[in-house]
Design a protein. Structure first.
Ligand code: PMP
Length: 380
């Protein structure tokens, strides 16, 4: 099988699975228990906390475990709104955020917050000035994703956050870095993010765990009540096996960030060249590597709806995503935000690479698209 849906989820690494199994079978204690078995479990959490903190060049006390980035984003946005949003009611974000940010902002808007969603320019790129200009005295939070997950476009997060912190240090900055973590080196101090959301299953860890970086002295109103775990900000018995696997995944992936970046850029260029030679293809991603992640390529096979092509490719054991729908076939509107016409967006396919992706697999994809075009258009 050819798996090209790594932005949806990745295959857990063998050593990650091993770490998880060993926690389930041996170190299965409750980390809150005061005895040795509990302590052993707690050690796994401490270790992963330190690994993630080191990877961001920060202190381990700033890392909080959650059930995944959806929860991290909810906690970040509701938490800041609860702590800093009593009088300051403006929140600035982009128009292409993941559903877990988008829907949370919609909910905050219903509660009386003023949410400003910044759109890309005519060049389909985001411009830092547009975010900065939207700031006023009432602004409590700015939330921007690092790599947009449908087309792989990069947002000017560090430009915006640095200039926000220079001019308005009281405004809290949040970044959903799910599609960037372990793909780009992230130095939290350079990025100037107060909060950063991460997910394990996008980096060869397991589904069901993630983290939120919370800069020291930032107050977050919890969204759940319960025990004293994770400083009571995120109560509930920690998912020790998944967290241990998360640590293993980070250790594994961080060794190869820059090499992988280069190799993936080559793979994307290879596919892009093949696609560009085909008359029925429209490229929806930004082809300039300064503005786009090499890990994601979005294109449309004109005249064939996404789901039809997706299932055709599936019949050839090639697995991709439909490029305009993040969640169970619901159109997210992200391609629309870039001004991509509906008839092109309806045919969008997202291919997302991993270190295991080969040029042979990409040629097989092209051949399958060509035969799909032939068979599916003829059937119409
Ligand atoms: N943000 C982005 C950019 C994502 O791609 C995803 C996963 N689709 C999430 C947040 C949600 O992550 P999780 O699956 O860990 O809840």
């Amino acid at each position: 099988m050819i798996y090209l849906d790594n932005a949806a989820t990745t295959k857990p690494a063998a050593s990650v699975t091993q770490a998880i199994i060993s926690c389930l079978t041996e170190d299965y204690g409750n980390p809150s228990s005061l005895h040795r078995v509990g302590l052993q479990a707690q050690l796994h959490i401490d270790q992963t906390r330190k690994i993630i903190a080191d990877s961001l060049k920060t202190e381990k006390e700033t890392i909080l475990f959650t059930s995944g980035a959806t929860e991290s984003n909810n906690l970040a946005l509701h938490g800041i709104a609860g702590s800093y949003g009593k009088r300051k009611k403006r929140i600035i974000s982009s128009a292409v955020e993941h559903a877990s940010v988008k829907s949370t902002l919609d909910a905050l808007e219903e509660q009386g917050f003023e949410v400003i969603r910044i759109f890309p320019g005519k060049d389909q790129r985001f411009h830092a000035e547009d975010f900065i200009q939207a700031i006023n005295e009432q602004t409590c939070l700015i939330s921007m994703m690092y790599t947009e997950n449908e087309t792989g476009r990069l947002l000017p997060v560090s430009d915006v956050f640095r200039s926000v912190k220079k001019k308005y240090p009281a405004i809290i900055t949040h970044c959903d870095a799910v599609q960037a973590y372990m793909k780009y080196p992230i130095n939290i101090r350079n990025l100037q993010a107060d909060l950063l959301s991460l997910s394990a299953h996008k980096i060869h860890g397991a589904k069901g765990t993630g983290a939120l970086y919370i800069r020291k002295n930032i107050r977050l109103m919890p969204i759940m009540t319960g025990g004293k775990q994770e400083k009571s900000i995120r109560p509930g018995t920690e998912a020790v096996p998944l967290i241990a696997g998360f640590g293993e995944a980070v250790q594994l992936m961080q060794k190869t960030i820059s090499d992988r970046l280069m190799q993936t850029e080559q793979k994307k260029t290879y596919l892009l060249n093949l696609l560009s030679a085909m008359p029925d293809i429209a490229i929806n991603s930004d082809t300039d590597s300064r503005f786009s992640s090499p890990y994601i390529l979005n294109f449309s096979v004109k005249g064939i709806r996404s789901e039809i092509m997706l299932h055709y490719l599936e019949s050839k054991e090639i697995y991709v995503s439909s490029g305009s729908a993040c969640s169970k076939g619901v159109n997210s509107g992200v391609l629309h935000a870039y001004g991509i016409p509906d008839q092109i967006a309806d045919c969008a396919i997202r291919v997302s690479f991993s270190e295991d992706t080969t040029e042979q697999e990409l040629s097989a994809l092209i051949q399958a698209i060509q035969s799909g075009l032939h068979e599916l258009i003829r059937k119409k």
